[in-house]
Design a binder for this molecule. Structure first.
Ligand SMILES: Cc1cc2nc3c(=O)[nH]c(=O)nc-3n(C[C@H](O)[C@H](O)[C@H](O)COP(=O)(O)O)c2cc1C
Length: 222
């Protein structure tokens, strides 16, 4: 599927229907998670039909409603855990989108005690990604002025333009978009994080979406 279309169509969705995720879709997602875990060394985990982490029978938990399926971003406490979990977590978010599932990154409004019960002892918990079916596809987020995230002078080659587009479409905590994009002397891409509790997770997410948007001509990160 066209990757830019996937990024354009993805928006955070916080209210889900009772529709169960069919077994064949669960199986596809499990396989994808297995391959992402192998590549990243992280330990993402899919949990299905489990309502407690998002409030059990409460009508609403934070701004979330009826979340019964989620992906836990877990792994060893390596120094770049947050950035890596953002990068590979976004790969999973976009795969969910491709499978017709809605999603939302969640840093705060989830019962972490319950989530930890689903993890191996000693593992680090990053964010959780709520997934499921919704009657809405969400809405596009507001964007900062592009000049606030990059001062690379025009004209931009197509790969850079599309990379920036991907980055601007990326989900960031409270839609802060506090990243900066520049180029190194040898033409590689530099993306730096702002400050804030989820800045490193955001950085990973934004890097993934930049790379995907830039496409085959992407020169790599510096
Ligand atoms: C690292 C991270 C943590 C987030 N944590 C929460 C959260 O705790 N609660 C929530 O409702 N949304 C959370 N979000 C969703 C953001 O608010 C949302 O991605 C942002 O407003 C941009 O909207 P979009 O995802 O529709 O593009 C989080 C997003 C990210 C990337």
């Amino acid at each position: 599927m066209d990757k830019m279309k996937l990024m354009v169509s993805r928006h955070s969705v916080r209210s889900y229907t009772d529709k169960k995720i069919p077994e064949d879709i669960v199986e596809k997602l499990r396989k994808k998670i297995e391959s992402v875990n192998e590549e990243s060394g992280l330990n993402f985990k899919l949990v299905t039909d489990e309502p407690v982490a998002f409030g059990g029978f409460l009508p609403k938990y934070g701004s979330f409603k009826n979340v019964k399926n989620y992906i836990i971003c877990a792994g060893e406490n390596v120094p770049d855990f947050d950035e890596q979990s953002g990068y590979y977590g976004e790969e999973l978010v976009l795969y969910c989108q491709e499978l017709g599932l809605n999603s939302c990154w969640v840093g705060l409004t989830v019962n972490k005690k319950k989530v930890k019960e689903e993890m191996k002892p000693g593992e680090t918990l990053g964010c959780v990604i709520a997934i499921g079916y919704s009657s809405t596809q969400g809405v596009p987020h507001k964007n900062k002025d592009v000049a606030k995230v990059t001062s690379v002078p025009a004209p931009w080659p197509a790969w850079f333009k599309n990379g920036v587009k991907g980055a601007m479409l990326a989900p960031t905590a409270v839609n802060s978009q506090r990243f900066k994009i520049s180029l190194s002397k040898d033409g590689k891409v530099i993306i730096t994080a702002g400050r804030g509790p989820y800045a490193q997770v955001d950085l990973g997410i934004v890097k993934y979406q930049f790379m995907l948007g830039a496409g085959p001509d992407f020169p790599g990160f510096a």
